[in-house]
Design a protein around this ligand. Structure first.
Ligand code: GUN
Length: 318
């Protein structure tokens, strides 16, 4: 099965992300006029993880493209826990920082619990990742909360594509704090009947194939094959897995495909968690790249604008 045989509607995250960003622009301008400054995102990057460098660069570019300010602090791989904590505390205390983002993963040398402890130290009202337990609790209780960006982006994409959620069966494969759990909660709040699957789920393909909406966030290239997908289902592919092995690329995408040509040119291509053969079974499918990825950044901007607006209106009340 070649990509070219795909019949599924392509759900472009790139297009929706542009619409979201343009919707934010007037809000940024209004904020700037009212506050006399731009909304500001503080970012902390610890160490030299190559993926993180790219993610952070893209987040800064997108923020500044919208007229927002950014403050990037970098710490070396050898930084101590207290070095990281000091920067988070300075962002918390700053009147000019509206959002705080500590890029994950933190260096392993900081210890297994460091990441959670650092996320816990972020002021929940500036927690634009939505990782703080206060925001997780607010989300579960369906209260106003800063909510993780990828799940928010998925809901935006479904809404703008006019894909009904209420009353539908949704299956989420993956139970991470960043994607699996929060998207399950958001789908539940929109009245889907939600099943969360994971590595110990028995008869995973059979369970997945009951879904009207299938969200896949496992980090395994081409994991979900056509056996997992009910004909006509909407499939949201959260995976972005770089492939550098030619045989693997050929096995997944097939000789003569555009992906194969891209691999021959660059020596690497991205694979989602969903096998390309799903394109001939699903009713709608997000591409990789250009699907969920751009939405994550758009929703980070959205969360930052929202945090800035909320802080401004609470300043005015006090
Ligand atoms: N690393 C990969 N994705 C994310 C994200 O959404 N937020 C943060 N802080 N780090 C990440």
């Amino acid at each position: 099965m070649k990509l070219d045989d795909a019949t599924a509607r392509v759900l472009s995250g790139t297009k929706v992300a542009t619409e979201i960003r343009e919707g934010l622009r007037p809000r940024v301008e209004t904020f700037c006029r009212a506050a006399g400054r731009a909304p500001m995102l503080g970012l902390l990057l610890v160490g030299a993880d190559p993926g993180s460098q790219i993610y952070v660069r893209n987040k800064i570019k997108a923020s500044e493209g919208l007229g927002m300010a950014t403050d990037l602090r970098r710490l070396p791989e050898t930084a101590s826990f207290d070095d990281v904590l000091d920067i988070v505390r300075s962002f918390n205390a700053s009147a000019a920082h509206d959002g705080i983002l500590v890029q994950s993963p933190l260096p392993v040398g900081l210890g297994a619990e460091a990441e959670q402890k650092i996320f816990d130290a972020i002021d929940p009202d500036k927690d634009v990742d939505g990782f703080h337990p206060v925001n997780v609790g607010r989300l579960v209780q369906k209260r106003p909360a800063l909510t993780p960006c990828t799940p928010l982006g998925i809901i935006e994409l479904l809404d703008r594509a006019q894909i009904e959620i209420s009353g539908k069966r949704a299956v989420v494969i993956g139970r991470s704090d960043i994607v699996g759990k929060p998207i399950a909660m958001l789908l539940l709040h929109r009245n889907a009947t939600v099943t969360v699957c994971h590595s110990k789920t028995v008869a995973l393909a059979r369970v997945a194939s009951t879904a009207d909406i299938l969200v896949v966030a496992v980090g395994v290239p081409a994991f979900v094959t056509r056996a997992f997908v009910k004909p006509g289902a909407t499939v949201i592919d959260v995976g972005t897995n770089p492939l550098t092995d030619r045989d693997r690329v050929e096995m997944i995408f097939g000789e003569g495909t555009m992906k194969m040509a891209a691999f021959e040119k660059r020596g690497t291509v991205l694979s989602g968690d969903v096998h390309p053969e799903v394109g001939s079974v699903a009713g709608a499918l997000t591409p990789v790249p250009g699907g969920v990825g751009p939405l994550t950044i758009a929703m980070l901007l959205s969360n930052t604008v929202r945090a800035a607006e909320d802080r401004l209106s609470s300043d005015r009340r006090t």
